[in-house]
Write a protein that binds this ligand. Structure first.
Ligand code: NAD
Length: 378
């Protein structure tokens, strides 16, 4: 009979409740032993939402690292703390699940990957879109050769106004906590592009700025209906600034990037933070056909040149149903010691691309990523 696996959670905010709730639902052999959050009210809310009254509420995360009942640490802290929490967990001999992005600097991502390698432990990361059926199907179609080879990809993540306003209210608005928006949020999409091309980006160039969430636009919501005004105030966030226009911030609200992959594939990515029609779309132009995925409508359309268009529909939440599958596969990894579909390398590679894109935007120059890959040995 399999024995129980104990879990400790660092950071008890919104994401932890969703992932851990689904994970505990996936197996009765997983036991939530401890939770730590610097805000005790968050730990309490976490425990009552997940109905786990016997879970220990720690005063510091180090307490869970010395608990022999715990085999896995799950990291849901803001991005700037991921490295500290992951390194301490590996040093204590614990397997780790960490939310994306791996960290906010390339060197830190590399330090994490090195620590993982020498630990011999399992490292799973929260690249949930890799688990979503729509993207697994897209990968299957590309790998089948039906559409020939990818020539070019145009992807975007154009989120709704309430989502963008939420970002501009909470810790994500400051790069010192989150990294840039393209790193914090769009590392998912950049990871998908790396996965679909089966290659690494050689060069990146980018432009962008902040044009909407600035103090001069604070009265803009007055032009809108109640629903529009509410949207500009963002999702509820107990710890957030009340005004997304006036909050102090150093991230931007619109950005476009262009990439060239080693395989010769060219690509673009657009990220915007306030839209009436949100879209998360990838257009694949291939030598023998075309494919389009769109996550909000959960639709995948593909067509070989001159043949009938195929349309597939998928079910699921904001992450295309990936959350439930991630929980199931992570539970199997915890119980059977298997690797998951996303680990440290996916985190490293998508972070490198996001950081290169931002460096290019700041310098106004094309960023040559090859020297970075060479240094990282990939
Ligand atoms: N994979 C996904 O799709 C997805 C979705 C949402 C969030 N995330 C990631 O999950 C992580 C958490 O995001 P969230 O939405 O839950 O944010 P959140 O603000 O809801 O929660 C963050 C929690 O971390 C706590 N915290 C702050 N400083 C800490 C520290 N030093 N040590 C431990 N905890 C600390 C806060 O008190 C808060 O409870 C982020 O890395 C984010 O990028 C991933």
């Amino acid at each position: 009979m399999k024995s129980k696996v104990g879990i400790g959670v660092i950071g008890a905010g919104g994401r932890s409740k969703g992932v851990v709730g689904k994970l505990l639902g996936a197996s009765t052999l997983l036991e939530l032993v401890s939770v730590y959050d610097p805000d005790p009210a968050r730990s309490e809310d976490f425990k009552s939402s997940l109905r786990v009254p016997d879970t220990r509420q720690e005063q510091c995360y180090q307490e869970m690292l010395s608990n022999p009942k715990i085999g896995w640490i799950m990291v849901f802290s803001p991005n700037c703390y991921h490295m500290e929490h992951i390194l301490a967990s590996f040093a204590a001999g614990k397997n780790v699940f960490s939310e994306k992005p791996l960290a906010t600097k390339i060197e830190d991502c590399q330090t994490i990957c090195d620590a993982h390698k020498s630990s011999g432990l399992i490292f799973a990361t929260g690249f949930v879109l890799r688990y979503a059926p729509i993207y697994r199907k897209a990968k299957e179609i590309l790998s089948s050769g039906k559409l020939g080879k990818i020539l070019s990809i145009a992807a975007n993540e154009n989120i709704a106004t309430d989502h963008g306003a939420y970002i501009m209210k909470n810790w994500r608005r400051n790069a010192k906590f989150a990294g840039s928006h393209i790193l914090e949020k769009c590392c998912h999409d950049l990871d998908l592009m790396n996965w679909f091309t089966d290659s690494l980006p050689s060069k990146a160039a980018s432009f962008g700025g902040i044009g909407l969430f600035v103090p001069e636009n604070a009265s803009l919501p007055e032009k809108f209906s109640d629903a529009g005004r509410k949207s500009f105030m963002g999702w509820d966030d107990p710890a957030g600034e009340p005004c997304p226009f006036k909050s102090d911030k150093d991230i931007i609200d619109h950005q476009t990037a262009a990439m060239l992959y080693r395989s010769g594939v060219s690509g673009t990515f657009q990220a915007t933070l306030s839209n009436a029609i949100p879209e998360r779309r990838i257009y694949f132009s291939c030598t023998e056909g075309t494919m389009i995925t769109e996550l909000y409508s959960q639709s995948l359309v593909y067509c070989r040149i001159g043949e009938k268009r195929e349309t597939l529909s998928f079910q699921g939440d904001l992450h295309g149903g990936g959350d439930a599958i991630l929980a199931r596969e992570l539970a199997a990894s915890m119980l059977e010691g298997k690797e998951t579909a996303s680990g440290g390398q996916e985190g490293l590679r998508s972070s490198v691309l996001a950081i290169a894109i931002d460096e290019s935007r700041l310098s106004g120059k094309v960023y040559d990523i090859e020297p970075v890959w060479k240094k990282l040995g990939v």
